[in-house]
Design a protein around this ligand. Structure first.
Ligand code: ZN
Length: 160
């Protein structure tokens, strides 16, 4: 069966960045299951998987525009040091969960000054070109329930 809308595909993947370092992998966790056509995965990867079938192996390079978007400089902002009350030491690279009008999001510290802390609220992979090495493990028809939920159930998918 070919990967198309309303199919659930299970894939093994290794994600590497432009420097060749592994960012994420399904190794040790088992294949990732996703519902095709439901935006469960980034657009550049989803479109590369369309038409593939179990046993297919391929590598796809996904530009930021088809992955986590470009890096938005407006999302890098200084905030008062006092916002981090109770935290003794703040260092570049640390991550915090910030409450925003759009809900909780993870921000990273990029610079620490005596009175202010510069944080970056972009997705950590924003602006990054991603390379995926993919092996398609299985393709099956999605159930009506999975289609209505917008995600797959069972191994590698949602457990509920
Ligand atoms: Zn569900």
């Amino acid at each position: 069966m070919q990967i198309a809308n309303h199919t659930v595909a299970s894939i093994d993947y290794t994600l590497t960045g432009p420097d060749g370092k592994v960012i994420d992998s399904s190794q040790g966790r088992g294949p990732l299951a996703y519902l095709h056509g439901a935006s469960n995965i980034i657009p550049g990867l989803e479109s590369a998987l369309a038409g593939k079938t179990s046993g297919d192996e391929f590598v796809v390079v996904v530009p930021p525009e088809r992955a986590y978007g470009p890096h938005d400089p407006n999302m890098v902002q200084p905030v008062p040091r006092g916002n981090f009350d109770g935290i003794k030491e703040i260092l570049p690279g640390m991550q915090f969960e910030a409450r925003t009008p759009q809900g909780a999001r993870v921000v990273r510290v990029v610079k620490v000054d005596p009175d202010s802390v510069t944080i970056d609220a972009n997705h950590p992979l924003a602006g990054v070109e991603l390379q995926f090495a993919i092996t398609v493990i299985d393709v099956r028809q999605a159930t009506a329930e999975e289609i209505s939920h917008g995600h797959p159930h069972g191994p590698g998918g949602h457990q509920h």
